[in-house]
Design a protein around this ligand. Structure first.
Ligand code: ACO
Length: 316
């Protein structure tokens, strides 16, 4: 298989939203016995954003979506589906996607739903949006990753509460004939080593070291599968944008793949792990700063609870 797909995707607009509260590592010592030194050296995280009053997964998703739509410069009537990747929505129903649909006053005759694949959720949603557009004849999709991780954390568990943050990223994607697009998705349902409910009543718990091992083998595997499917090498790729979980996971992946570290985008020092939001949040930051320019080839790779993993290679 080559890189040209009969129907690929292009990113035509991105947006991001962050809540108002910033918590440094020192701030986390009010909840658990920890230190800036422990968190920084084990994870690379220096701060995270947590939702304040009147902020949640929905408000973040709506803000990021509005910005992405504005940058895309298309009529919102042209959006054929809205997918929100999240594990921390306010309700099972209505879905977060339905609340975005309401806030943006979108057309009735479109597909609107949440996608649950934890930190791989954004890429699962991208893949689903593409399939929906091919099946139903749509041209533009609004795909969002939004999380209020602070709502699903046990703030007394130092093994998890220091690792995550809140935020949202959104992308307007255009279906284009003969555009480059290669994807892979995978699931290890037998590895339920990260578990948690949508609310604090069943907070997240995780086998940290096993998740670490899974991540450092999955990123290189995912990247290599994409390269093989596309018939290109990492030298032909401008950026690798991985789910931002831990600096040491990214460093180990860089070493295993033997690529220059600069090719891997990193921002987890400022946001911590924002689960499904981390990849679109990074895309928007990269676009805004001019690091990622239209036409560049990127690989995106996500991995998370489930366990799930997914990768996409395409042009920005
Ligand atoms: N502050 C201080 N000490 C801590 C903290 C903390 N926040 N958390 C754990 N410790 C202690 C432990 O209690 C343990 O103490 P003990 O030896 O007295 O029992 C000690 O630190 C070492 O714990 P380890 O688990 O061995 O620490 P490790 O070096 O493995 O790092 C970490 C832990 C950072 C969680 C690592 O395993 C990791 O990054 N795993 C991947 C987690 C991850 O990224 N998950 C999400 C990815 S997938 C997704 O995003 C959905």
């Amino acid at each position: 298989m080559g890189l040209k797909n009969m129907y690929g995707l292009r990113i035509i607009g991105t947006g991001r939203a962050l809540p108002s509260r910033v918590l440094t590592n020192d701030d986390m010592t009010q909840y658990v016995e920890t230190s800036d030194e422990w968190i920084t050296s084990r994870t690379g995280i220096r701060q995270r954003y947590f939702c304040g009053e009147n902020e949640n997964t929905t408000t973040l998703a709506i803000e990021a979506a509005k910005k992405a739509l504005e940058k895309a410069g298309i009529d919102k009537g042209e959006i054929s589906c809205v997918l929100v990747a999240t594990s921390s929505g306010e309700y099972a129903m209505p879905s977060t996607a339905c609340m975005v649909h309401k806030a943006l006053e979108l057309d009735e005759n479109i597909t609107v739903m949440d996608v649950g694949a934890a930190c791989a959720g954004f890429l699962y949603a991208v893949e689903t949006a593409r399939a929906l557009m091919i099946a139903n004849g749509g041209r533009y999709a609004l795909v969002i990753g939004a999380e209020q991780m602070s709502h699903v954390l046990d703030m007394a568990d130092r093994n998890t509460c220091v690792l995550f943050g809140d935020g949202a990223g959104a992308a307007v994607l255009m279906l284009e004939e003969d555009a480059e697009y290669v994807s892979v998705t995978g699931t290890r349902g037998d590895m339920a080593i990260m578990v948690g409910g949508p609310r604090r009543e069943q907070p997240m718990a995780m086998e940290g070291q096993n998740v670490f091992r899974f991540a450092v083998s999955t990123i290189p595997m995912c990247v290599e599968k994409l390269l093989e499917k596309g018939g290109v090498t990492l030298e032909d790729v401008d950026w690798v944008v991985c789910h931002q979980a831990n600096q040491r996971i990214l460093d180990a992946s860089v070493r295993r793949l033997g690529v220059p570290a600069e090719k891997f985008y990193k921002n987890l020092d400022r946001y911590a792990n924002t689960s499904a939001a981390s990849i679109p949040l990074a895309l928007d930051e990269m676009m805004e700063s001019g690091k990622l320019v239209s036409g560049q080839r990127i690989i995106m790779c996500g991995f998370g609870g489930g366990l799930t993993w997914a990768g996409v290679m395409m042009r920005a």
